[in-house]
Ligand binder design. Structure first.
Ligand SMILES: *[C@@H]1O[C@H](CO)[C@@H](O)[C@H](O)[C@H]1NC(C)=O
Ligand SMILES: *[C@@H]1O[C@H](CO)[C@@H](O)[C@H](O)[C@H]1NC(C)=O
Length: 184
């Protein structure tokens, strides 16, 4: 289903819900779901670059992606679409870097970001993007993996790639990092 269609449908649901009084608990619950705002117009690509056995790097900044490629990493496509600025129902995706490990690390969990900075030698690189913390607005999971040997955090929306990274490349699956919109 296209994002435009999802927007139209959620708009229709919102109109329908405001027209119907929330008389029962069931209606009240549905009206909470319909109140989720899906403002997907400003979604932009989350570029992915990689240096084999070393680092996976994600950015919404085209020039930054290009600089990384100029410095020897390989552009590997877009890991879905995310937001540059706070957008309805999104949360901040923190970006951290460990220069010793050559590892970019991303999390929506501020507590985890703080601990990783205090204990694991990472420094903050600010906001990577704004993403969904729940599977809403037609979003899909962004899976998080870690290879202790290479000290590499790796994020992918591709389940086949996730499973083969675990089976063949020394990665541990660490769960869903967040939800992103599928590529158009
Ligand atoms: C989306 O945001 C609105 C307004 O803050 C909130 O009422 C609603 O519960 C949120 N929905 C989800 C699924 O997070
Ligand atoms: C997912 O990953 C597999 C294995 O790397 C690859 O063959 C496939 O083309 C990928 N699918 C998409 C939609 O990128």
């Amino acid at each position: 289903m296209s994002l435009k269609l999802i927007r139209v449908l959620s708009g229709l649901v919102a109109v329908a819900m405001t027209a119907v009084p929330a008389a029962s608990n069931e209606l009240a619950a549905r009206s909470t779901d319909a109140s989720t705002t899906c403002d997907t117009d400003s979604a932009i690509p989350f570029y992915r670059c990689a240096r084999p056995q070393s680092d996976h790097f994600y950015t919404v900044n085209y020039n930054e992606m290009q600089t990384s490629v100029d410095e020897g990493s390989v552009f590997e496509g877009n890991m879905g679409l995310v937001f540059r600025s706070p957008t309805a129902n999104t949360t901040l995706f923190y970006r951290l870097y460990n220069v010793g490990a050559t590892d970019h690390f991303y999390t929506t969990n501020q507590g985890e970001a703080d601990v990783t900075i205090q204990l694991d030698g990472y420094t903050t690189e600010g906001t990577a993007a704004y993403v969904y913390s729940d599977q809403i607005c037609g979003s899909i999971p962004l899976y998080r993996l870690y290879a202790p040997g290479d000290q590499d955090h790796f994020y992918t929306t591709n389940e086949t790639e996730r499973d083969s990274a675990v089976a063949y490349a020394g990665y541990i699956y660490e769960g869903i990092a967040c939800y992103v919109l599928p590529n158009l």
